[in-house]
Design a protein around this ligand. Structure first.
Ligand code: NAD
Length: 256
C-alpha cells in the first residue's frame, strides 16, 4: 500500500517543474491525481506518463486565477474521483519584469498576485467546503524561502505574494482543523525547475549569489520538495497543521 493510497489529490501547476514531479510521485504512492494546468497538451502529457507507470490521473485545464476555472477544477475532480483529499496549491509565476517595487509596474504586480495569491484563495474557496463535508482533507500551499528573509536581488511582487500565502495558510489552519482539514505551507529554497533556471540562465550574478549562500552548495531537486508534500498529504502528518516547512538546504539559516 502506498503512503497516499486512494487519496484524491489536485496538483495545480502539475504540468511542469515540481508539480510534474509531484504528479508522478503522488501517483506512485497510490494517489488518484488531478493534474491542473493552463494548457491541455502539457497537462495531458503528465497524465499519460502517470498512466504509463500504472497510476491513476486525469487532466483539468484551469487557470487558477479565474473563479469559474477554480470551481470547475473541483467539480471535475468530484466527477472523476468522487471526493477531494488533497489540494496542492503549487501553480505560481515569477515574471522577469518583477524586480524592486520602484521599477515594477502595477500590471506585473497584479498579475503575480492574481496567480500566486488569488489562485490559492480560489482553490481553497471551492475545495475546503468539500473537505469539511467529508470531515477530512489536507491543503498544501507552496510559499517560498523568500517569504521569510529579504533578498538584495529583489522580486518584490513574488516575495509579497509568497508572504501572503504563508499568512493565509495559518489562518486556514486555525479555522478548519476543528473540522478535520489541515493546512500547511512548504517554503522551498531555490530548486532546479524551469521557473528558476529560465531566469538564472540570463543572470549569472543572481545564480552565483544563490549558490554561494547555500551551505549545500547546490540547488534543490524537485523531488526533494515533493517528499515533504507527500508527508503533508499523508496521514503521517495528522498532527501537523499551520506549519511552514522550510526545505532549502539551509539557505535561510546562513548568516555568512
Ligand atoms: P514551473 O514554472 O516549472 O511550473 C509552474 C507551473 O504552473 C507551470 O506548469 C505553469 O503552466 C503553471 N501555471 C502558471 N500559471 C498558472 C495558472 N494561472 N493556472 C494554472 N497553472 C498555472 O515552476 P516550479 O519551479 O515548479 O514552481 C512551482 C511552485 O513552487 C511555484 O508556486 C513557485 O513559485 C514555487 N517555488 C519555486 C521555487 C524554485 O526555485 N523553483 C522556489 C520556491 C517556490
Amino acid at each position: 500500500m502506498g503512503r497516499l493510497q486512494n487519496k484524491v489529490s489536485i496538483i495545480t501547476g502539475g504540468a511542469s517543474g515540481m508539480g510534474r514531479v509531484a504528479a508522478r510521485m503522488f501517483a506512485a504512492e497510490g494517489a488518484k491525481v488531478v493534474v491542473a494546468d493552463v494548457t491541455e497538451p502539457a497537462a495531458q502529457s503528465v497524465v499519460d506518463e502517470v498512466k504509463a507507470a500504472g497510476g491513476q490521473a486525469v487532466a483539468v485545464v484551469a487557470d487558477v486565477s479565474k473563479e469559474p476555472d477554480a470551481k470547475r477544477m473541483i467539480d471535475e475532480t468530484i466527477a472523476a474521483f468522487g471526493r477531494v483529499d488533497v489540494l496542492y496549491n503549487n501553480a505560481g509565476i515569477m515574471p522577469e519584469a518583477d524586480h524592486s517595487v520602484i521599477d515594477t509596474s502595477v500590471e506585473d504586480w497584479d498579475r503575480v498576485m492574481a496567480v500566486n495569491v488569488r489562485g490559492v484563495f480560489l482553490g481553497c474557496k471551492y475545495a475546503i467546503p468539500k473537505m469539511v463535508e467529508q470531515g477530512s482533507g489536507s491543503v498544501i500551499n507552496i510559499s517560498s524561502f523568500v517569504a521569510i528573509l529579504g533578498c538584495s536581488n529583489p522580486q518584490d511582487a513574488y516575495t509579497a505574494s509568497k508572504g501572503a500565502v504563508l499568512a493565509l495558510t495559518k489562518s486556514l489552519a486555525v479555522q478548519f482543523a476543528p473540522k478535520g482539514v489541515r493546512t500547511n505551507a512548504i517554503c522551498p529554497g531555490p530548486v532546479e525547475t524551469p521557473l528558476l533556471m529560465d531566469w538564472l540562465v540570463k543572470d549569472e550574478e543572481a545564480k552565483r549569489i544563490r549558490l554561494a549562500r547555500n551551505p549545500t552548495g547546490r540547488f534543490g531537486k524537485p523531488e526533494e520538495i515533493v517528499h515533504m508534500a507527500i508527508y503533508l498529504a499523508s496521514d503521517e502528518s495528522r498532527w501537523t497543521n499551520g506549519a511552514a516547512m522550510v526545505v532549502d538546504g539551509g539557505i535561510t539559516v546562513n548568516y555568512f
